[in-house]
Design a protein around this ligand. Structure first.
Ligand SMILES: O=P(O)(O)O[C@H]1O[C@H](CO)[C@@H](O)[C@H]1O
Ligand SMILES: O=c1cc[nH]c(=O)[nH]1
Length: 237
């Protein structure tokens, strides 16, 4: 069996899958952390692999950038491949001074101007939520690992390059958004409509406050803390 976007057979994808936006980050993470690796997707180069971490089967696959892309992959993974848990592991731009480069943020909600959820199933609100169970497991594991993470609402934006530098301030004031990325609103929505679980961990790659930016290479390779947290949580799900 296959879908228009994923060539895997049923059973080749684990119940828990970690999804960075970038398929090359998926490849790098698999090579760095997993054993017994088997590729399951290369359609459109959206690389996906299943392997083991400390003996437990985990999959890692790119989601692409933006809500239409993660909307397709997460829907197919949940509905066609019996995936139960998707943890997005992404990069984000910080909107507040307390959230600094390389800090890790756990989303407790995702605000968006996107019409994704309304078009998908008539959902009228502009905030979607991750699984409370997954978030509790991630927070517990962060404490065990002695890793300080921020927990907050995040902004899921459809637009990376925006005219006007200060639009983000309203989102900080109104919704307490600490940072911006481009996928979680849709991921959380799909999980809810399909009765599955989703969470989102982000590493800060740039700051709207200080205008610091990490390189594309660092973005691909240097998200160790977030990755360890995601993997150590995944083996307990
Ligand atoms: O690093 P990833 O996971 O791709 O996440 C962020 O980076 C991309 C934009 O550069 C968007 O996908 C955004 O959500
Ligand atoms: O979506 C994103 C991701 C990282 N940095 C941003 O400014 N936006």
């Amino acid at each position: 069996m296959s879908t228009p976007h994923i060539q895997a057979e049923i059973g080749e994808i684990a119940k828990t899958i970690l999804m960075p936006g970038d398929p090359l980050r998926a490849k790098h993470l698999v090579e760095t952390y997993l054993e017994n690796v088997k590729p399951f997707n290369s359609v459109r180069n959206m690389l996906g692999y299943t392997g083991t971490f400390k003996g437990k089967e985990i999959s890692i696959m790119g989601s692409g950038m933006g809500m239409p892309s993660i909307g397709i992959y997460s829907y197919e993974l949940y509905s066609q491949y019996n995936v139960n848990n998707i943890i997005r592991i992404g990069s984000a731009g910080s909107y507040v001074k307390e959230v600094k480069l390389y800090d890790v943020v756990l989303a407790d909600s995702a605000y968006s101007e996107s019409t994704y959820a309304m078009v998908q199933s008539g959902y009228q609100k502009n905030i979607t939520f991750p699984s409370e169970e997954l978030n509790a497991a991630i927070l517990k594991k962060s404490q065990e690992l002695n890793l300080n993470i921020h927990t907050s609402c995040i902004h899921s934006s459809d637009v990376f390059y925006m005219e006007g530098d200060n639009n983000y301030k309203e989102l900080v004031d109104k919704y307490n958004c600490s940072c911006v990325e481009m996928e979680s609103f849709a991921l959380f929505h799909n999980a809810r409509v399909l009765g599955k679980k989703a969470a989102c961990l982000l590493t800060i790659s740039d700051s709207f406050i200080t205008h610091e930016v990490i390189s594309a290479e660092a973005r691909q390779k240097s998200f160790d803390a977030m990755m360890k947290l995601a993997l150590e949580t995944s083996i307990e799900l």
